[in-house]
Each structure stands twice: as C-alpha cells, then as structure tokens.
Design a protein around this ligand. Structure first.
Ligand code: NAP
Length: 311
C-alpha cells in the first residue's frame, strides 16, 4: 500500500479534467491528472474550435488542450500517462489501481469523458479531421455549400442532420435499417426537411478519399439487395451515439440506463468526495465550454470538501 495520500486525483485530461486541474492546482492541492486512454479527450481530435469564448479567430482543438495543460502544469498539476484499472470507493481514502501502481486519494474528480462511437473502418479513421467528424456543432460550419452525409437512426443523427442543413446544400441520412430509434418528432422534422434525403438499409463499406486526404464519397452496400453504390459527398458525420467512459464505476456510483454517471447539484455523485464532470455525466450539452465549466465546479467542491474535513 502506498504511503502518501493525495488530496485529489483527476481522471481524464480533456476540457473538464484540465479545467479541474487548473483550479485544484491554483488551490495548492497538487492534483494528479491521469491522462486516460485518449489524452486530451475529444478536442484533441477536433480541428478548428470556433465557439470557445476568447478566441475570436478560433483555435485548433489540440492547441487549446495544450494551452490548458500548460496552464495547469504552471500551478503544479502533475500528469501521468495511464488509466484506471479499478477503483475502490468503499474505502476512504479511495484506492485507485493503475495496474502498475496503487494510489490513495481523499477526493476524486471523474472527468473520463465519453467517446464517440465510430464505424471502425480504416478509411473512416484515416479521414477523421479531414471530412469525417463526430461533432456537427464543432465542424458543420466548414461544410458550407457542400453535400454531406450523416450516419445513424437515433435522435443524435436527426439532430445533426437538421443542424447541418444550415450550412450544407444536401444532407443524406444513412441508416442501416428502415426502423428508427429517433423520437417521432425528430424523425418527422428530419423527414419533412427539403434538404434532407434518407437512404435506409445501407451499410458504409468504405469512406473514399484517403489518398487525397479529404472525403470524396462513401461506398455503400444495400443490406437487402447486396448491391453496391457510391455516394459523392464532402463530409461524413457520425451520429451513432457516444459511450461514456464510466463502466469501471458500475456498482459503486449511480449510472443511468446508457451508462452516464448520475450527478446531483451539478457534479456530486452518491459518494461524498467523488465528483463527476464533463461528458461522462453530461449527455445533454457535451460542449467544450460546458465541460470546462463543470470541471471548475468539481474542483471548487473538492476544495470545500477538504476544508470541511480538516485539510
Ligand atoms: P441511439 O439512440 O443509441 O442511436 C444510435 C443509432 O446509431 C441507431 O440508429 C443505431 O442503429 C445506429 N448505430 C449504432 N452503431 C452503428 C454502427 N456501427 N453502424 C451503423 N449504425 C449504427 O443513440 P443517440 O442517437 O446518440 O441517442 C442517445 C440518447 O440520447 C437517446 O436516448 C436519445 O433520445 C438522446 N438524445 C436526445 C436528443 C434530443 O432530444 N434532442 C438528441 C440526441 C440524443 P440501430 O437502430 O440499427 O441500432
């Protein structure tokens, strides 16, 4: 068992985790940030971020994250590559097992985010940031006057498709079945929109444009007839859902039906001293700025908790 007990450990190094780290470090709590599976979180795979206040010309996602990281380091935050294997929140201090070492901490900020679901095609992965995106709010603007496609049959896909009609000439909604999970109202709205076309019972076999480093189209297979076709597009948006990175807390914290950590009063979990912020507990807004805001709240609550417990 390790000798030292940390005041706070932050799981995740996206917008929420890094903002929590800046606040906790400035409070002299010497936070340890475990960077997780995707250091920098979703922003690190985004291109230009134009809606983060304070950057009138926009800023590249990786640069924004790097700046936050430097800011946290400047005040004494410590960073460690690696991720949590197991946590025991029934003991206090909490015990975190990183595989190679164990850490004890008085408080824990869970900012492990949510990962966009991808189709998993090599061509799709190669073109992320070059026409393939999982965030219409972030990247829609870059497709002004272009034809694009959205994949999925749930509310996320409908919402993305409707949002993208503001910029794009034509939005083709690609779905693998002809039944939809989307709510009736969202589906009706999308179906009634003159710029949205539906192509159902199709599977994307390949995203075209890897050599040119920009999306040129998609190769589709009809799931009923087996026929192949090509749809020329300039952008492909994934709307097939997100997976919150909270599985390791099942049984110890309350998770909702889709696996997001349930919080009350913004960032409180059911275990005193454990806070959750950012996309791991927010299925509604999922924006960099809202994640940053809740990271700040979590760090302020940590400070208050430690103070109330005599630190
Ligand atoms: P979802 O309801 O789980 O829908 C995911 C969709 O993606 C499904 O149609 C699914 O197809 C498809 N899909 C999943 N994996 C796929 C793959 N590998 N290849 C092709 N298609 C795939 O997820 P969501 O749309 O993100 O919604 C999640 C929750 O958030 C829902 O409760 C939703 O109501 C809510 N939400 C609400 C709003 C709103 O009200 N404004 C907006 C967004 C989300 P199948 O149907 O064939 O499985």
């Amino acid at each position: 068992m390790p000798e030292t007990v940390r005041d706070t450990v932050i799981l995740g190094s996206g917008c929420a985790g890094l903002t929590a780290a800046i606040y906790a470090a400035r409070s002299n709590l010497k936070p340890l940030v475990l960077e997780g599976h995707e250091p920098g979180g979703q922003l690190s795979i985004t291109t230009l971020v134009e809606n983060f206040p304070g950057w009138p010309e926009g800023i590249q996602g990786p640069e924004l994250i790097e700046n936050m990281r430097k800011q946290a380091s400047r005040f004494g935050a410590e960073f460690r590559l690696g991720h949590l294997v197991k946590a025991d929140l029934s003991k206090h201090p909490f015990e975190l097992d990183l595989g190679s070492e164990k850490i004890r901490t008085r408080t824990l900020i869970i900012a492990s985010g949510a990962s966009a679901r991808w189709l998993g095609l090599p061509s799709e992965q190669a073109l992320i940031g070059h026409g393939v995106s999982s965030c219409a709010t972030c990247d829609g603007f870059f497709f002004s006057g272009k034809d694009i496609a959205v994949v999925g049959g749930g509310d996320s896909a409908m919402e993305e498709a409707l949002f993208l009609t503001r910029f794009c000439t034509r939005v083709t909604l690609l779905h693998r079945r002809d039944q939809f999970r989307a709510s009736r109202i969202m589906l009706d709205r999308a179906m009634a929109h003159p710029k949205i076309e539906f192509l159902t019972n199709v599977t994307i076999e390949e995203v075209l444009g890897v050599d040119e480093k920009e999306v040129k189209g998609v190769r589709l297979r009809d799931n009923v007839t087996g026929e192949e076709s090509t749809l020329p597009i300039s952008g492909l948006f994934l709307g097939i859902g997100h997976e919150p990175n909270a599985k390791m807390f099942a049984g110890q914290l309350d998770l909702d039906e889709d696996g997001y950590i349930r919080t009350h009063d913004y960032v409180f979990t059911r275990v005193p001293g454990v806070y959750a912020c950012g996309d791991v507990q927010d299925r509604r807004y999922r924006q960099a700025i809202t994640a940053a805001g809740s990271g700040c709240m979590a760090a302020l609550e940590v400070e208050k908790y430690l103070e109330e417990h005599g630190r």
